[in-house]
Ligand binder design. Structure first.
Ligand SMILES: C[S@@+](CC[C@H](N)C(=O)[O-])C[C@H]1O[C@@H](n2cnc3c(N)ncnc32)[C@H](O)[C@@H]1O
Length: 371
């Protein structure tokens, strides 16, 4: 299967959107671990790091990581945190590893100009096939809080042998890039099945634009039944093709941060850089269905029903439902305030307290009383 080389041309809009999601997450992740004191060492891995910049000097993932570290430099020094950065780039079947050379030059130049970052980090370069490198560095990922990027071409490294290793780690947040459209076209082929065996009939049950969402659904089914790992999609449309990010993490704080980033990027669906659920069309009345609910309206409707059915009784239940459904606390809060105003329920105070801080940090529980 011929692969396109991302670095032959300047980054396009979709690539930049992907890089922005990556960097937004680094921006949220770094201060969390720097300030928490959970570990004196934190690690960031970029296994498919590219060249550092594109042809127009637009920053690629490794430089964006360094920029995000720089933004936290004061806190990093003050807290005495060691930030280890692992960058890998390898061009299959090439003797001259030009991209790796460019990567090294770009990052070392950056550090020359940013001596503070140079002093704060330990930077390791690798020029290895991911397949060989991953088992070597896995013990580091297992030991320290780690943010891991898999910005691969295609889908190969979403293979269960890597993915299920990540599932076992306790403090890893990862972002995969996947060309979901490859699944649609080649998912049945043997070449694909060796890497990841997906039930393509199930993955194709919905229109093509949902392929990324459906692949994640299938991946969830591969997780052990007691797994705490949560997976979320962010689909990216590029011309006729659908690609996407798969975010994975076990800690609710990580889930909360990723979902906030995703909903900030797209306030309609929090899940794609396009109108994946055709919510724009739902403002019109149809003869047979009346007005169809948008994704957010539908979610609020389900929250309301669950509250009235006593299936959700307090903010702890509610926040977990919010995360399971890939929404943000705000959507649920709006629904509950509306219900209180309509005298369907009552709760103490003005806020239904559906936030990470209330539920997981200060553990302040409030009950919702049905009237
Ligand atoms: C999608 S690009 C990554 C882009 C990068 N994140 C950036 O911002 O520029 C994927 C990179 O992985 C490299 N690559 C391909 N196969 C690889 C392998 N088996 N192991 C490691 N790197 C590989 C490619 O040379 C390419 O530069």
């Amino acid at each position: 299967m011929a692969r396109k080389d991302l670095h032959e041309k300047p980054f396009d809009e979709t690539t930049i959107a992907k890089l922005e999601v990556f960097e937004d997450y680094a921006q949220a992740w770094i201060p969390t671990f720097v300030m928490s004191g959970i570990s004196n060492t934190i690690c960031i891995f970029d296994f498919f790091a590219g060249t550092g910049y594109d042809k127009n000097s637009v920053e690629g993932s490794p430089i964006r990581i360094l920029n995000k570290i720089k933004q936290q430099i004061g806190n990093i020094f003050q807290k005495g945190i060691k930030v280890k950065v692992y960058l890998n780039e390898w061009e299959p079947q090439k003797k001259e590893q030009e991209k790796f050379d460019l990567l090294k030059t770009a990052c070392l130049d950056y550090l020359k100009q940013n001596n503070d970052v140079k002093r704060a980090i330990e930077l390791e370069f690798y020029n290895e096939d991911f397949e060989d490198l991953f088992p070597k560095v896995l013990p580091i990922i297992q030991q320290y809080p780690s943010l891991v990027y898999f910005d691969q071409n295609g889908i190969k490294f979403l293979s269960e042998k890597y993915f299920l290793e990540l599932e076992k780690t306790k403090q890893t947040d990862f972002l995969y890039f996947v060309s979901a459209s490859y699944f649609w076209r080649f998912g049945e082929s043997k070449e694909f099945k060796v890497h990841l065996d997906i039930d393509m009939a199930a993955a194709k049950k919905d229109p093509y634009r949902f392929i990324h969402r459906n692949i994640i659904e299938q991946l969830r089914q591969k997780l052990p039944s007691n797994s705490k790992l949560k997976l979320y999609p962010f689909s990216l449309k590029k011309g006729p093709n659908i690609h996407g990010i798969i975010f994975g993490a076990s800690h609710p704080r990580a889930v909360d941060k990723f979902l906030s980033i995703a909903w900030k990027r797209n306030e309609t669906n929090g899940e794609a850089n396009f109108d994946i659920d055709e919510d724009n069309k739902k403002t019109q009345l149809t003869i047979f269905e009346g007005k169809r609910l948008t994704k957010v309206e539908d979610f609020k409707d389900r929250v309301r029903r669950k509250i009235l059915a006593n299936e959700i009784r307090n903010n702890f239940d509610l926040l977990n439902f919010v995360y399971d459904e890939g929404h943000v606390g705000n959507h649920a809060s709006e629904c509950l305030r509306e219900m209180k105003k309509n005298k369907e329920i009552n709760f103490d105070g003005n806020s239904p307290l559906v936030t990470y801080d209330n539920v997981y940090k200060i553990k302040k529980k409030i009950e919702y009383k049905i009237l």
